[in-house]
Design a protein around this ligand. Sequence first.
Ligand code: SF4
Length: 371
Amino acid sequence: MARTGPQTQTGKIRLLGRNRAALEQFAAGRGQPPYRGRQLARWIYARGACDFASMTDLPALWRAQLDEEAEVGRATVARTQRSRDGTAKLLLELQDGQRVETVLLPYEDRTSVCISTQVGCPVGCTFCATATMGLIRNLDAGEIVEQVLAGREHAPSRSGPSVTHVVVMGMGEPLLNYEPLVAAVRLLHDEMGLSYRHLTVSTAGYIPGILQLAEEGLPITLALSLHAPDDALRAELIPMARRYPVQELMDAMQEYTRKTSRRVSLEYLLLADVNDTEPHARALARLLRGTITHVNLIPWNPVASFSQFQAPSSARVRRFRQVLERAGIAVTQRAERGQDIDAACGQLVIKEGVRREAPPIPINTLAGSHV
Ligand code: SF4
């Protein structure tokens, strides 16, 4: 059963985050036939209902009973910012007052939503705005899924099916919030009709999570943030990398591909003079020799508070790409979106209203001895 998340502020039972079987069980426990649970699932996930009053095909008496003891439990959208390029950044205020950011990316042929899995993040990547928050708390499955619901409601209506792709690349390291992540992925597929092949989970390289995900039988895309071809540089950029050597990551990646038949996509953030030189490109090409992979180059987005990093020149980006392509590696370059509203990769951070009731959780207490 999907996790139901924290106690609601009203003390009512929160239904968002429960899957169809759990909602059938919920209905049966109240003397209703199981199909009433399926109706609830349809209203909550397919139609995006926020309250029981709008569930017009449920009997009035059952709706009143539901209202007494339960709630859908949606967050509120506290702020919406739209970029010149159509990207929208939504600030969601969760039931306990914590806030997360969700980014909606409309393209010609599809609409993607980039969602968060944690409030803040414990990984501490030196280039990432979210890292400055530390980890405030994990999101539950309902809180992960409702970002897609909110994205769907804010998607431009002209684009056919409103949200077609979901990338789990927002705030947080998804694989350090494993069970809610997997429950949310199943809800997105089973209840919201998204294809597994259109779901991408991005990790900074938490190997135990990669291997666990490979066993789930979910044909989703895994994106691995590599950002450096060797252990020393990677550990400078991603502190967690000290525990997970690059070669072991490559092995985990191959294992993921073997088990799921899905190619792993490698994300490589280009930081001027840090990891964007020709020797870095050659080292990366050597590392990837013989693997079936695809590299997505992401030129650094300037963030005011990260003055130690500079955007790479376009000549450097071009050269880096050429070296990889000449080595037979498939390369794409991420088109930057939403920079004017701080919605681009690495720019998500809650600047105000963070409620920190406890000190940030140290990373080495999060997942046993793995991290
Ligand atoms: S880049 Fe990702 S994993 Fe690293 S600190 Fe930022 S949100 Fe966390």
